[in-house]
Design a protein around this ligand. Structure first.
Ligand code: HSE
Length: 413
């Protein structure tokens, strides 16, 4: 029998408890051992809930219980999850988690500590909730050099953008709906400012390229500046706006970013709507593969956490190798060196003069006019570096006929 402790009885923690109890037969078959929840750590009481029998408020009780071999950390945030995880690994207990904040910030240190103690630190649920992506990257695609990885990594923002497109609502209106439905947090910054997607693309990049990608070095832009006028342009261009996290190897290092992006309706990611996530991987041997499913939610996320428990049981006495060199820091390329193509919205009271100015600076670009907004137009630039584009945007802003630059949205190249 392998005893498990769950840290935190919130959405994910209670899901882990349910998955282990509901699927005990399946888990025994897949892992070759009986898996049992021995303790659940939470400061709250849950009167009437069967979890009461195993509830504790004292982490030491878990740490000192020799029957507990695996800990599912479902607390979220950096502390106290970081301290508890370090202490558990040092005591020779494997730790599994959905905590992307902790993995992105301290993953390498925790993986090294796990190795030193002959156990594992696993985090399948930290990216894409219930979508298998970490194990496919390090097991199924182990024979490939990964060239590129990109995807819709945040369900809340994908829900907001989908509703803005389908129902013509404003960002603020849909955000309120998302909060009422429990998708978005009361403080939605981590999702809508792109920080959650940034941590996830940092974790995926580290696994894909085998070196530690520091999330603080990744250019990140959220969806708060997207308006219904941007959505109207996307429709006119037969595109959709999605928040995309992407990462690829370039001559300057790893070129990674998170930003809203106009993608064609033909693009495989365009079919990913609502709270769903999808991740697209390009390998040098396997070609293109895509992984799709529920990016969040109690049971899908808990299923991924419990799958890591099964993996840890299968590898008892060993450290699961996930192909991430924790001692090597990846070089993240300066965003200014990345290639980009964009739609830029420009206000003007003299279209003829403005278009002349723009051609002078940007050369031959495509112009897009919108019937519902007659004091502006948009341009579709050619591909160039981010640095060069930023300089040109600054330059046109001072030229004849050009008013406010209302938005710049990157486009799939
Ligand atoms: N807030 C995240 C999302 C939850 O909306 O995708 C899963 O990490």
């Amino acid at each position: 029998m392998t005893g498990v402790a769950i840290l935190g009885f919130g959405t994910v923690g209670s899901g882990v408890y349910d998955v282990i109890n509901t699927n005990s037969g399946v888990l025994e078959l897949k892992s070759g051992d009986k898996i049992e929840v021995k303790k659940v750590l939470d400061l709250r009481d849950f009167p009437g809930n069967p979890v009461e029998k195993v509830l504790t408020k004292d982490f030491e009780e878990i740490l000192n219980d020799p029957d507990i071999g695996i800990i599912a950390e479902a607390m979220g945030g950096v502390e106290p999850a970081f301290t508890f995880t370090k202490r558990a690994l040092a005591m020779g207990k494997s730790v599994v988690t959905s905590n992307k904040e902790l993995v992105a910030k301290h993953g390498p240190e925790l993986m090294k500590l796990a190795r030193t103690n002959g156990v594992s630190y696993l985090f399948e649920a930290s990216v894409g909730g219930g979508i298998p992506i970490i194990r496919p990257l390090c097991v199924s695609l182990a024979a490939d050099e990964i060239l590129e990885i990109s995807g819709i990594l945040n369900g809340t923002t994908n829900y907001i953008l989908t509703k803005m497109t389908e129902e013509g609502k404003s960002f603020d209106e849909v955000l309120k709906d998302a909060q009422q439905l429990g998708y978005a947090e009361a403080n939605p910054a981590a999702d809508v400012e792109g920080h959650d997607a940034c941590r996830k693309i940092a974790i995926l990049s580290s696994l894909a390229f085998g070196e530690t990608v520091n999330y603080e070095h990744i250019y990140t832009e959220g969806i708060t500046k997207i308006t219904h006028i941007d959505i109207e342009y996307s429709k006119k261009l037969n595109c959709l706006i999605k928040l995309i996290g992407s990462s690829k190897k370039s001559k300057n290092g790893i070129s990674a970013k998170v930003s809203p992006c106009l993608i064609s309706k033909e693009h495989p990611l365009s079919a990913v709507n609502g709270v769903y996530n999808a991740i697209f991987v390009k390998g040098n041997m396997s070609g293109n593969t895509m992984y799709y499913g529920s990016g969040a939610g109690k049971l899908p996320t808990a299923s991924a956490v419990v799958a890591d428990i099964v993996d840890a049981v299968r590898h008892k006495g060993l450290t699961v190798n996930i192909g991430w060199d924790c001692d090597v820091q990846a070089c993240v390329a300066d965003i200014k060196e990345a290639d980009v193509k964009a739609m830029i919205r420009i206000a003007s009271d003299n279209f003829e003069a403005a278009k002349k100015s723009i051609i002078e600076v940007f050369g031959d670009v495509q112009f897009v006019d919108l019937d519902v907004q007659d004091d502006e137009f948009a341009i579709i630039t050619n591909e160039e570096t981010e640095g060069s584009m930023a300089e040109k945007v600054e330059k046109i802003a001072t030229m004849s006929g050009v008013g406010e630059i209302r938005n710049l949205i990157r486009m799939e190249a």
